[in-house]
Design a protein around this ligand. Sequence first.
Ligand SMILES: Cc1ncc(COP(=O)(O)O)c(C=O)c1O
Length: 448
Amino acid sequence: MNHDTPERDPDGAAQRLRDDSDAHVIKCMGDVDMGLVEGEGVRVRDADGNEYLDAISAEWVLNLGFRHPEIRQAMEEQFGKIDYVSPVFEDEARTAYAKKLAELAPGALSKVLYGLSGAAAVEGAMHLAMRTTGGTDFVCLDAAFHGRTFATIGLTYVNPGMVEGSNKGLDRYLPRQMRVPNYNCYRCPLKLEPGSCDLACADHVDWALDKGHLNGPAGVIVEPFQANGGMVPAPDGYLERVHEMAKAHDVPLIVDEIQGALCRCGPMYASERAGIEPEMIILGKALGGGLPLSATITTPEYSELLPWEYGFTQAGNPMACAAGLAMVEIMVRDDLPENSERLGNLMVSELEKIQQDSSLIGDVRGQGLMIGVELVRDRETKEPAFEETDKLMAACLEHGLMIGKTGPVFGSNGNVAKFKPAVNCTEEDAMEMVELFGRALRDVEATL
Ligand SMILES: Cc1ncc(COP(=O)(O)O)c(C=O)c1O
């Protein structure tokens, strides 16, 4: 690591990047004063020459780390053949990737509807569900995150900016949504205790499907591990229960695995953890091996669309499909579900050891390499430690570690530190991440 660079921005390149970016780039997803210019594996370098250990896979998009040589080779081979094929034609890479995704998917999921971004794939799932059921109303969770387009923002309420936007008139574009209480065993919205609650939060889904809709239910959409809503895993039995309810009402269970799939929560598809075979799984983020690509994978029953009602010129881009297919083949070949599960368990148990001596850590939770550490000022009252979490993020950077931050209620005021490292990282990488985190936490706690 070269983290002790003495002189900041010696040739002014970082400042020039900042100035040009401020002048020409609209920053709609936050604005961190740091330019990232080079990456390799789990290491990334900023424009000042500082190196960081990346514990978040570059916004959980590079599930095999920066510039994986075999993904690069797959991109080069594809570029050597053909670099774009319109969605109206057949394409080898697009077809091969759809076939592989279907082969690995649970149950009868065999048809792939490609999109470009996560939100675009969620909209694809909404189209498919509405077309088949004839309903228009979706059940979604209180702190869900399904995107920021006009249709998906209605199913997403984690950020005050979004609420403000919809209050200022954007809500005329929103679909009908039936919002139900979150699953969150650390902060149960129903004030119940895990173990004795009988999953009462799930019962609200049944009520919504039965009585909560105006124009007929179209589906239930749920993340298997709520990410932006606070890094919260669905409790055991929840997805199974909700799936039974959806089936009883003849609507699809749509599992948004945009973050959870591709070995992030352990298995290739997060739904496998619960042993469910949902009617749709939505994929994004890492799906294109680092290039923009998303998809809804669905059953033949839910695969009907009218001509031109959905689609994108660049959907299923062959370069992205070739890169994604190479990534998935590596995941299978190298048994990365097992690596994610094993290292995730190890990281959680090391973080729990740090928790024992910490005044700030309230809860550690994870599935595979999808891990959240919730900071609170008081373990009894669970008052969120927002400022301390900001300080911890800064201290981690000081120690050369990049982590993320989220929820549990509003993304921009988060008190949950998140780890989502590359799923092919080594035990040494994972332990170094925890070690640096522990040091940063001690620095912050020493100031309290
Ligand atoms: C669970 C989930 N769904 C949907 C989205 C939207 O994806 P995108 O930003 O690619 O549109 C995100 C993005 O963070 C997400 O985490």
